[in-house]
Design a protein around this ligand. Structure first.
Ligand SMILES: Nc1ncnc2c1ncn2[C@@H]1O[C@H](COP(=O)(O)OP(=O)(O)OP(=O)(O)O)[C@@H](O)[C@H]1O
Length: 328
């Protein structure tokens, strides 16, 4: 197993950035601790300082004041090679080099770190399988221009993971994808995150994506101020102020339903006769299940595992997923 599962926490200490030639900070005194292994989404309006916060971590830009620590070490005490090894970086435009093959793109950081060719080749194959480009042999010699947007995005993630960094930074990594591909790549990334356990900071415009992906969400507001930092459930049930509330949108109640899956709410009683309700995998969110039930004018949905029906979720259980009687 090449993955070390090494993972380091990140601490922002009054991290502030004022760009040259401007007077107002783009990021203003950010205090925030991201625990090792956590996936934290940064959300907020355009210009709220999300990308700035991310680029400060890997020193693409320098802090004006304050500090950021990775595993307790100030980023100012990490050299460029150590930063590359510790931090993987994936961005919306993928940043793949068009004249390099997929394999060469994945090998960029390992080459800088002096890995030998056999080890780089083995690593590229392993990562292509991990991100769902299988069999790796079919993809490794292609050029980025010969791949779809979703496939390029997967290669971008593989490249960010190449040197097994304990920290991953992702800036709108799925922003350019159509909704269906985006859902697939989100699910795959969550599975990878669970498997490799890297501390991940994930910038997105999309509050629904943040609710789905984030262990915690940091909401930044204009002026680079932290409006709230908490779990999706904390934000949805107790928004810190009007700004967070309006950012979460009118459908706050419905969005909460995305925090539960059918596995949480379906009753496991074996039914005598199975009602003719839509069948959905038990990993389906309650929000999606409710939508499917409404679309079919059904009284509920059936939760499935493989081909088997493993539970029933009537409308009542879908609408009130956190009531004790709904949680079988
Ligand atoms: N190089 C720069 N020089 C001066 N100002 C900058 C520079 N880069 C960003 N800014 C300003 O800093 C603020 C924060 O920008 P940043 O890109 O971090 O926001 P963001 O939340 O990532 O926005 P978006 O969602 O639009 O990507 C904005 O007001 C922006 O105009």
């Amino acid at each position: 197993m090449i993955e070390s599962r090494e993972s380091l926490g990140i601490t922002f200490e009054k991290a502030t950035k004022v760009y040259p030639g401007t007077s107002a900070p783009a990021l203003d005194g950010l205090d925030m601790t991201i625990e090792a292994g956590e996936l934290v989404c940064l959300v907020g309006p355009s210009g709220g300082g999300k990308t700035t916060a991310l680029m400060l971590i890997n020193r693409l830009i320098d802090l004006s004041s304050g500090d950021i620590r990775i595993g307790g070490t100030s980023i100012n005490d990490l050299g460029p090679i150590e930063l590359r090894r510790k931090i993987g970086y994936a961005i919306q435009q993928t940043g793949l080099f068009p004249h390099m093959t997929v394999g060469e793109n994945i090998g960029v950081v390992p080459r800088i770190l002096g890995w030998d060719r056999a080890r780089i080749r083995e690593r590229a194959h392993e990562l292509l399988e991990l991100v769902g480009l299988s069999p790796a042999d079919r993809w490794v010699r292609r050029y980025p221009g010969q791949l779809s947007g979703g496939q390029q995005q997967r290669v971008g993630i593989a490249r960010a993971l190449a040197a097994d960094p304990p920290v991953m930074l992702m800036d709108e990594p799925f922003g350019a994808l159509d909704p269906i591909t985006r859902t697939t790549v989100q699910d795959e990334f969550l599975a990878i995150h669970r498997a490799v356990g890297k501390t991940t900071v994930f910038v997105t415009h999309d509050i629904d994506e943040a609710i789905k992906m984030g262990d915690k969400i940091a909401v930044l507001k204009p002026g680079g101020l932290l409006a709230q930092f908490g779990t999706p459930a904390e934000l949805l049930t107790a928004p810190a102020d009007d700004f967070v509330e309006s950012f979460l949108g009118d459908e706050r109640g419905l969005k909460r339903l995305a925090l539960f899956t059918l596995a949480d709410v379906a009753s496991s009683e074996a039914p005598g006769t199975t009602p003719p309700w839509p069948r959905l995998p038990e990993s389906t969110t309650v929000r999606a299940a409710l939508s499917a039930a409404m679309a079919e004018r059904a009284g509920g949905v059936l939760a499935t595992r493989g081909d088997d029906v493993v539970g029933l979720a009537p409308l009542d259980a879908l609408v009130h997923p956190d009531l004790p009687e709904a949680v079988a």
